[in-house]
Design a protein around this ligand. Structure first.
Ligand code: UD1
Length: 431
């Protein structure tokens, strides 16, 4: 199993380009199933989650072809209404097939995703939503079974205990696109990835208005046609590079990102004292002088993203004074803190908050990646730490970051990947 090794302490310099958004691509790939003809999706990142989704789409009967950063999805063979546990457990976003299955095949059987290391992640809002459109929902052997001869437009609130749900909003837009009549989604998620999905669906002839606001209206249509579409850049990958440059006190340009998608991140970086210049095709980030501690509260968009919480925790661990990070979206999402402590960060976690007391130095250590963004925070910390950091279980990083070590090498980082099992074989062979 691959590991990433970082010799930290070098200020990052130069330029790096962000890839297409993972969290926008996944629902867009699934929604290609709603059309009667093939779609071409461009600016797709090369990631494990994308491969897992392609595998699931092939399983349900679609053809998926990948050429560089382009995917061609032909939905004409889509006829299987089952998504088995073995696939769903690998990636929670598999739950997105629920919408297209019920809309086009009138039946869906999708294994319930379990919990994961970022905590209890229910799907009750998804189910409440499709029930409001007229689907009958039951549970069989851990699978959600939904049936509906016809979906009918309705007014649905997607409010959940922690605000709106990105996943449920996407699923509902897909199901309602082919429903009879008008659906109004209240308390919808406003994330850029939701807007991207709505734009893709509209390019396929759906009639969706209001995406990006808490009220989304969908006029059902009889059929959708495939289209050609460019996915938005990944705002979380961009934000991760911004924090990586900031923690190393470097000076670099993150190309291809959209500053308007990163407002909460930019605001917090500036509050910390990081300098940012918004350019036509990206953001320059550099540090002059002392950084200051801050308070952060994760919130649904346009608030501070939960997917940037771990990377900021790493950054703040080297900022003198006391910072507080409150996680309100996934209150148990603090697995990275124990690993950062192994690198001598001073962090305590209680009641959904991390209290970070800035230290002079982080020191390299063996650390374990536990989930996607937690692993990103260990990379960010490793880049600034003294000595060698070795990150185990990097497959978590590969789920969401395209060639992260190569991109960081472009910025001058001393980082590489290796597989100890292969090294061992090589060594024994040469004896
Ligand atoms: C998506 C992103 C994930 C990101 C998260 C928050 C994808 C594939 N994943 O996840 O990377 O961290 O948004 O921006 O795009 N909830 C319920 N019931 C539900 C659904 C959600 O209570 O039926 C709760 C969740 O437990 C969580 C909150 O609502 O506390 C937000 O969840 P949601 O936005 O749905 O997250 P995901 O779509 O799973």
């Amino acid at each position: 199993m691959d590991r990433i090794v970082i010799h930290g302490g070098k200020p990052l310099k130069g330029e790096v380009r962000v890839s297409g958004s993972k969290n926008a691509t996944l629902p867009i790939m699934v929604s290609a199933l709603l059309a009667e003809t093939p779609s071409i999706i461009k600016n797709v990142p090369k990631l494990r989650d994308i491969d897992t989704m392609a595998h699931l789409l092939r399983y349900v009967g679609a053809e998926v072809e990948q050429k560089g950063d382009t995917l061609i999805i032909d939905p004409r063979g889509f006829e299987r209404w089952k998504a088995p546990y073995d696939m769903v457990r690998k990636m929670r976003a598999s739950i997105y097939v629920l919408g297209p299955m019920i809309a086009r095949l009138h039946r869906a059987q999708v294994a319930m995703p379990g919990g994961c290391v970022i905590g209890h992640r229910p799907i009750d809002i998804h189910l409440r939503g499709i029930q409001a459109l007229g689907a009958k929902v039951s549970m069989e052997y851990g699978d959600v079974v939904a049936t509906a001869q016809e979906l009918k437009g309705a007014e649905v609130s997607l409010e959940g205990p922690y605000g709106s749900s990105v996943g449920a909003t996407c699923n509902m837009m897909m199901a309602a696109a082919l429903a009879k009549g008008t659906t109004v989604l209240r308390s919808a998620a406003c994330e850029p990835e939701v807007v991207d999905l709505a734009n893709f669906l509209n390019a396929m002839n759906a009639r969706i208005t209001g995406a990006g606001t808490p009220t989304i209206t969908i006029e059902g249509v009889d059929s959708l046609q495939g289209t050609s579409y460019n996915v938005i850049p990944d705002r979380i990958e961009a934000g991760t590079f911004l924090t990586a440059v900031a923690i190393t006190r470097g000076d670099a340009i993150v190309r291809g990102c959209r500053a308007e998608h990163l407002e909460a991140v930019i605001t917090k970086l500036r509050e910390i004292g990081v300098s940012l210049e918004i350019l036509d095709d990206g953001i320059r980030v550099f540090v002059q002088g002392e950084l200051r501690p801050v308070s952060i509260r994760t919130m649904p968009y346009p608030g501070f993203p939960t997917d940037m919480q771990a990377q900021f925790t790493a950054l703040l661990s080297l900022v003198k004074g006391e910072s507080i990070v409150k996680e309100t979206v996934f209150p148990e999402r603090f697995m990275h803190c124990a690993e950062l402590r192994r690198m001598q960060a001073d962090i305590s976690v209680s009641a959904g908050s991390a209290i970070i007391r800035g230290v002079e130095k982080l020191r390299g250590a063996y650390v374990m990646a536990s989930d996607l963004r937690a692993s990103a925070s260990l990379v960010v910390a490793g880049l600034a730490a003294e000595g060698k950091t070795e990150i185990l279980r990097v497959y978590h990083i590969d789920r969401g970051y395209e060639r992260i070590e190569e991109k960081l090498q472009q910025l001058g980082a001393d980082i590489y990947r290796y597989d100890p099992a292969k090294m061992h074989k090589k060594n024994s062979a040469s004896k």
